[in-house]
Design a protein around this ligand. Structure first.
Ligand SMILES: [Zn+2]
Length: 317
């Protein structure tokens, strides 16, 4: 019988070796298994994709065509992951065409403390200005969402981590004061790693200054909506970002004051799952709603219309 002649000896195995459950194929150069392309071919496939055309979604790993991703307001078409979006793109996605009048576009930080470190603050500012096309981490102005004019401030994380220095604070304060004077509501869309350390105490003073301007705005019975996007933390979260009449957030945005590791080390306690996400904070009452980016314009228009209706009646009377 053919099968009985298929012994350990015929396979060239020594007696001590364990007999394999499946007979391995003979070394044959024509065998497809042998001819299987090498693993390194994935590298050449990578090389075939022109750089800057595709982005890999960090959540679902889908390769997304940049043009489509931009058209979808930087939201993954497959899983809805919200990528970071620049301040200008965001303003364009919200306001009516040609309605936005930018304020203080030329304002720039000075190196008041002559900060030195691995790189000087001056050099850092220059490289970020070149890299982002922005002058600082916020764009402010007066614009229109549907029929409602408003004061709008939008932060940009790509400029020094959206950190708040004297320019961010001053631009926001001037915008809030202009809105108070013109009887307009305010919307600020935040994304920030916190106060800018290169400006030391000058950065921390912006927390009080922006909140002071917002207090006068509130005294005039005008609404302020704070929109928190990924991430909004530290000095910004501890000031104007958390004092909105309405506080809304984008899905899965990281929101908090100190980072989770610091809190864990300080409290010596396990942090609950989902800690510091928009969803967790909605459950615990810190924020009022989670609004996907693609619905943001309509929802803001709806809220503003509702919050300004009393003012409109007052004006009509
Ligand atoms: Zn995705």
């Amino acid at each position: 019988m053919a099968t009985t002649s298929f012994t350990k000896k015929s396979l060239g195995l020594v007696d001590t070796a364990v007999e394999p459950g499946v007979t391995p194929p003979q070394g044959n150069p024509e065998n497809t298994f042998v001819k299987k392309p090498r693993l390194s071919s994935s590298k050449s496939r990578k090389r075939d994709i022109p750089e800057g055309l595709w982005t890999k979604c960090p959540k679902c790993s889908t390769m997304l065509y940049d043009k489509e991703l931009d058209e979808n307001l930087k939201v993954c078409m497959k899983c809805g992951h919200h990528f970071k979006i620049g301040a200008r793109e965001r303003i364009n996605s919200l306001v009516e065409t040609c309605s936005f009048e930018e304020m203080d576009a030329e304002m720039e930080s000075v190196d008041a403390l002559a900060f030195t470190g691995v790189a000087s603050y001056k050099d850092k500012l220059e490289s970020y200005k070149k890299g982002t096309g922005l002058r600082d981490a916020v764009i402010t102005g007066i614009g229109k969402i549907q029929n409602q004019r408003l004061g709008l401030g939008v932060m940009d994380f790509s400029f020094l981590g959206g950190s708040m220095g004297s320019v961010v604070g001053e631009k926001l304060t001037r915008m809030i004061e202009a809105a108070t004077e013109k009887n307009l509501p305010v919307v600020i869309i935040s994304t920030s790693g916190g106060a800018r350390m290169y400006e030391g105490m000058f950065s921390l003073m912006q927390m009080a200054k922006t909140c002071g301007a917002l207090a006068y705005h509130a005294k005039a019975k005008l609404p302020y909506i704070s929109v928190l996007t990924d991430p909004t933390t530290a000095g910004v979260m501890a000031s104007y970002a958390s004092v909105g009449d309405l506080i809304i957030a984008e899905p899965a945005a990281m929101i908090g004051f100190a980072g989770p590791r610091v809190i864990k080390d300080t409290t010596q306690a396990e942090l609950p799952p989902g800690f510091q996400t928009a969803e967790f904070l909605l459950d615990h009452g810190l924020i009022d709603a989670i609004v996907p980016r693609k619905e943001m314009k309509e929802r803001l228009a709806y809220y503003l219309d509702f919050l300004m209706s009393a003012k409109a009646k007052e004006a009509a009377a």
